[in-house]
Write a protein that binds this ligand. Structure first.
Ligand SMILES: Nc1ncnc2c1ncn2[C@@H]1O[C@H](COP(=O)(O)OP(=O)(O)O)[C@@H](O)[C@H]1O
Ligand SMILES: [Mg+2]
Length: 222
């Protein structure tokens, strides 16, 4: 994957988007590559518990893969905002946006982040309360790109919604995960890279299988 890109991981709930994103940070983390996991949908403890249940050993990468826990809801975020209000001063953007950016930037400075996961874009949008969705989404993506990390934005796909969403235009790469019925009763997970700027990639659907503590992809046979 080209470094510095903003990568959207899109799919319905339960398609293992969070696990896939964590797996990327985890295996890079084992090699010393620094990655930050920003969790907004579930609390860090619950995320780590889930990842341990899958077979990962989160404690083994806790130095290289810190978790930024924003999963405690609005009140927690407002409190955080209050605490570090100074960081946001003199900026035109709203406090919560400034807090999030300042926090990520601070970690980047301290740790030298190479990878960033935001789980999820949908939750982030809710928290940040964009008033001008188009403009603020554009601005946020510009900021992410300037950050220089390879960023994975997890996005739940609302039923019925397909294309034309701002974040799809703005992302450098898009991965889609879906549950595909293979018989009347059986499903397989499928992964497709539908976009990747400056890469001659396959747009085919691959089967996505979780094995022990890692994902494997294989050519899908229909
Ligand atoms: N050991 C396992 N092996 C394979 N799949 C699992 C295992 N444990 C849980 N899952 C699947 O992972 C899903 C949750 O993954 P998660 O990454 O949270 O999905 P998402 O973020 O897309 O909602 C569960 O719905 C379940 O189907
Ligand atoms: Mg998830």
């Amino acid at each position: 994957m080209p470094t510095g890109q903003v990568v959207l991981i899109r799919g319905a709930s339960g398609t293992m988007k969070s696990s896939l994103a964590y797996s990327i940070l985890y295996h890079n983390g084992q090699k010393g590559v620094k990655g930050l996991y920003v969790t907004l949908e579930q609390e860090a403890a619950s995320l780590l518990h889930q990842m341990a249940a899958l077979g990962f050993k989160p404690a083994s990468v806790s130095d290289s893969v810190p978790i930024l826990d924003l999963g405690k809801g609005r009140v927690h975020l407002e409190k955080l905002a209050e605490k570090v209000r100074g960081l946001a001063q003199g900026r035109s953007e709203r406090p919560l946006t400034a807090i999030l950016r300042a926090k990520i930037q601070q970690l980047k400075k301290q740790f030298g982040l190479d990878l960033l996961v935001i789980d999820s874009w949908n939750a982030l949008e809710l928290v940040l309360e964009f008033q001008d969705r188009r403009g603020e989404t554009f601005e946020f993506f510009e900021w992410l790109r300037a950050l220089g990390t390879t960023t994975f934005l997890i996005a739940e796909l609302p039923a019925g919604a397909e294309d034309g969403l701002e974040e799809e235009f703005l992302s450098d790469a898009i991965f889609r995960v879906r549950l595909e019925p293979v018989t009347d009763t059986a499903f397989q997970r499928r992964l497709q890279c539908s976009k990747m700027r400056s890469a001659n990639h396959s747009s085919d659907f691959f089967t996505l299988v979780f094995e022990g503590d890692h994902f494997e992809v294989a050519k899908a046979i229909s």
